[in-house]
Ligand binder design. Structure first.
Ligand code: MN
Length: 329
């Protein structure tokens, strides 16, 4: 497949040629193929090729690099900004997490350390996974973010997922990807908002129904009833405080992400995922401080899965830059 011609746009060429950028060429291994930057980034792409507990569909460890490669085909233009990415901002693709740590807990601690460098409130971290089991490490890395100041009771998590991920353990493992949201809740979050949910146990269903700080919109309800979908978007716009957005790519319908770790039919459309991103970034009293897109598995015959993930990550970046342009960061 041919790489998108980055030089075809005169507008973007101005950015490539500005002093901040080392090169005007398409850079292999950089998200969107953007040039390397000098100085502190506004947005950082962090790849975490972590796969320890995925049920089946091996390959989440290869997902982040596949997503970066597929991002070379994503358009730099979005109507929201009206100009090509990076739109005068600095987007940096950091070296991948190197997988250090001999036990699950050590690896998660190591991931948190790797991320914490970028959670000082200056840079917007876009994390590519890897299995969803990284979520507690992501939450852990936000401890010193100025919007939290160590107080997790301020933090909202918005989760797109097929699975509730609220199990206490799976096969005896409390840090399984199937427990990602439960382990995140252990930090004492303000509120968890879930959408796309269509695979869950009775225990998880009971927890959803009995928890004041978990709001779950089941896929079956939002897909059948457009009013229910509007309620979801309204709930997001009413959020106060910092938000971490976690996108398990399997929250989307299995037809557009067929290669994810555990594809499930009956999920969100691409545009519903986009509307969710739009709603959290435009919530007047909230700030999306970080996001992740995970459970990406490279697909051999077609890049559809990793491309969909790259499109969603790019939407997040675009909306974040829009927030900066509006002086809300
Ligand atoms: Mn998940």
């Amino acid at each position: 497949m041919e790489k998108r011609d980055l030089k075809k746009s005169a507008k973007s060429q101005e950015h490539w040629l500005s002093a901040e950028f080392v090169s005007e060429e398409f850079v292999e291994g950089n998200f969107l193929g953007l040039p390397d930057i000098v100085g502190d980034p506004d947005v950082v792409i962090l790849q975490i090729p972590y796969e320890l507990t995925t049920s089946y569909g091996q390959g989440t460890a290869l997902g982040p690099a596949a997503c970066v490669a597929a991002s070379g085909q994503v358009e730099l233009f979005d109507r929201l900004l009206g100009e090509d990415l990076p739109a005068g901002y600095k987007i940096h693709t950091a070296p991948q997490w190197d997988g250090e740590g001999s036990s699950l807990k050590q690896q998660l601690a190591n991931i948190s350390q790797y991320l914490a460098k970028w959670t000082d409130g200056e840079t917007f971290p876009v994390i590519l996974g890897g299995e969803h089991g990284i979520l507690p490490a992501v939450i852990d890395s936000l401890a010193n973010h100025p919007e939290l100041n160590g107080d997790y009771s301020k933090l909202n998590v918005v989760q797109i997922d097929a699975h509730a991920d609220l199990r206490e353990e799976l096969d005896g493992e409390p840090f399984s990807h199937a427990c990602a949201a439960a382990r995140a809740m252990d930090y004492g979050l303000k509120h968890l908002y879930q959408v796309g949910i269509r695979a869950f146990s009775k225990q998880e269903f009971d927890r959803i129904n009995s928890s004041d700080n978990i709001t779950t919109f089941f896929a079956q309800d939002t897909l059948r009833n457009s009013g229910k979908w509007q309620q979801w978007l309204d709930a997001l716009r009413e959020i106060h405080g910092p938000i971490h957005l976690t996108i398990d790519i399997d929250g989307l319908d299995g037809s557009i992400v067929p290669a994810t770790g555990t594809p499930v039919p009956g999920g969100l459309s691409y545009w519903q995922a986009v509307e969710t991103i739009e709603a959290v970034f435009s919530a007047p009293n909230a700030t999306v401080i970080s996001m992740d897109v995970n459970e990406i598995v490279p697909q051999k015959d077609t890049p559809l899965t990793q491309f969909t993930a790259a499109m969603l990550a790019t939407k997040g970046i675009t909306h974040h830059i829009n927030v900066r342009k509006a002086g809300r960061w």
